[in-house]
Design a binder for this molecule. Structure first.
Ligand code: PFF
Length: 446
């Protein structure tokens, strides 16, 4: 078998992990969920969830990946715990499931770049969404998006993923800052900032029950947890990397990009008198932001830029998920990477067909991912790392960690108690929300 690849540089790992984290979750779901859950109050819950639940769980995946230097499924065996292998299987399967419809949305974004350039949706944004979001055109767009992702992964860790994300991530940051600066000039932008940034404590507490599951689910999704991605990426790094520091950089950058997305989207909506949250389900922000661009001076340029950032972010996330399955087969069978990437791509394309043909399927896929698969997958991982790997996990975290290594024991206890409590609460509340009333469309971000 050929030697396993590694990242060429430490920055390479960081940038690729940020590329994975920053995606449709930040640019699309986060503003939409904020809107669907009443604005700034949701942002507070989300930030708490990222810090208390997401960040410790991210480090748990890192520890397993770096300790074993192997794919997510075989990692548990290498640790001497073959019976926990199912966690890897669940992670890989969850990732595959999510990527199948993520590609479809990636395809929509491609269409919206074109639509912005030509002004195709300016006349009737809702009708345009209806026309491009499902059916043969959506299948074609899904195919194109997936092909680009497959092409990058086929080139390998260093020449494909690392090089691509080193270009993509800085572009996302720069373009988002440009867009955020631009929208400050819009009349009425202030109302958007207010909606996004000033929470009403009473409303927040009254809605906590329904908001918490969204906030925790969103924290997992946005940090690419529970899909074996972070485990796989960290299996390509060296022992001298500082895991808590790297994790912190990833979490902070990812959160900032989400906040920037809100600072772009809400002023655009408010400046155009569009009520956030009024539009539910699949079309949510696609129709709302497109309506905004249709009314603005330079709307075409703004639209192309906005959807281009979304596309780059979605692509750098999709490649990370593709890599998870490719890593498993490469580690075990040593087939050529391009062939494998292609094979996985075909599987994804087929699984994504229902979502591309009908957005109701997409919503269904997404609802299951959010309310069930992701929380369960993360729960199994943190219980394993916290209670089974335990002291070994702390040792691994401390390796190369410098000053931050003194937080090891604290991290372990958060992982053992706080994270499972947060996930269980999310599962229970999510179930309640899903099966005992409430609006199921609100549960699905698309
Ligand atoms: N963190 C990613 C996001 O926020 O979009 C989650 C993700 C989804 C990563 C789908 C990869 C992927 F294929």
């Amino acid at each position: 078998m050929t030697e396993r690849e590694t990242w060429a540089t430490r920055v390479g790992f960081l940038v690729a992990a940020i590329g994975s984290a920053v995606g449709l979750g930040n640019l699309w779901q986060f503003p939409f969920k904020t809107a669907a859950n009443g604005g700034a109050g949701f942002v507070v819950f989300y930030l708490v969830a990222v810090l208390l639940v997401g960040f410790p769980a991210l480090l748990a995946e890192f520890v397993v990946g770096r300790r074993t230097h192997i794919n997510a499924i075989d990692a548990f065996e290498r640790l001497g715990h073959r019976e926990w292998r199912f966690i890897g299987v669940v992670g890989v399967a969850t990732g595959f499931w999510i990527l199948s419809y993520y590609n479809v949305v990636g395809g929509w974004v491609m269409r919206y770049i074109l639509g912005s350039a030509t002004g195709a949706y300016f006349g009737d944004p809702a009708a345009y969404f209806g026309a491009v979001s499902s059916g043969p055109e959506a299948v074609l767009a899904q195919f194109l998006f997936l092909s680009v992702a497959v092409g990058i992964v086929a080139l390998g860790i260093e020449d494909g993923i690392e090089k691509a994300t080193k270009l993509m991530v800085p572009s996302i940051v720069i373009l988002m800052i440009v867009l955020a600066a631009w929208v400050t000039t819009l009349d009425g932008a202030m109302a958007g900032y207010g909606y996004f940034l000033s929470p009403d404590l009473d409303v927040m507490l009254a809605n906590a029950g329904s908001v918490v599951p969204f906030a925790v689910g969103q924290a997992f999704f946005t940090l690419s947890l529970g899909m074996a991605i972070m485990l796989t990426y960290s299996s390509y790094i060296d022992e001298d990397d500082d895991l808590p520091f790297d994790g912190g950089v990833i979490v902070v950058t990812n959160t900032l990009i989400g906040v920037l997305a809100g600072l772009v989207v809400f002023p655009i909506l408010f400046a155009n008198g569009i009520q956030p949250g009024a539009e539910g389900g699949a079309s949510a922000l696609f129709v709302a932001t497109a309506s905004g661009f249709a009314q603005l001076p330079f709307g075409r340029v703004l639209g192309v830029l906005f959807f281009a950032v979304v596309l780059i972010a979605a692509l750098s996330s999709a490649i990370s998920l593709l890599e998870v399955s490719v890593a498993y087969v490469t580690d075990n069978y040593g087939y050529s990477r391009p062939k494998l990437a292609l094979g996985v791509g075909v599987g994804l394309f087929v699984l994504g067909l229902p979502s591309a043909m009908d957005t109701a399927w997409l919503t269904w896929f997404d609802t299951f991912a959010y309310s069930l698969f992701l929380p369960l997958s993360v729960l199994a991982m943190v219980v394993f790392v916290g209670w089974v790997l335990a002291a070994d996990a702390v040792d691994e975290l401390r390796e190369g960690a410098g000053d931050l290594s003194r937080f090891g024991p604290l991290w372990l206890w958060v992982l053992r108690l706080v994270v499972p409590a947060g996930v269980l609460l999310t599962l229970v509340l999510g179930f309640q929300d899903l099966f005992l009333g409430s609006d199921p469309a609100a549960f699905a971000p698309f």
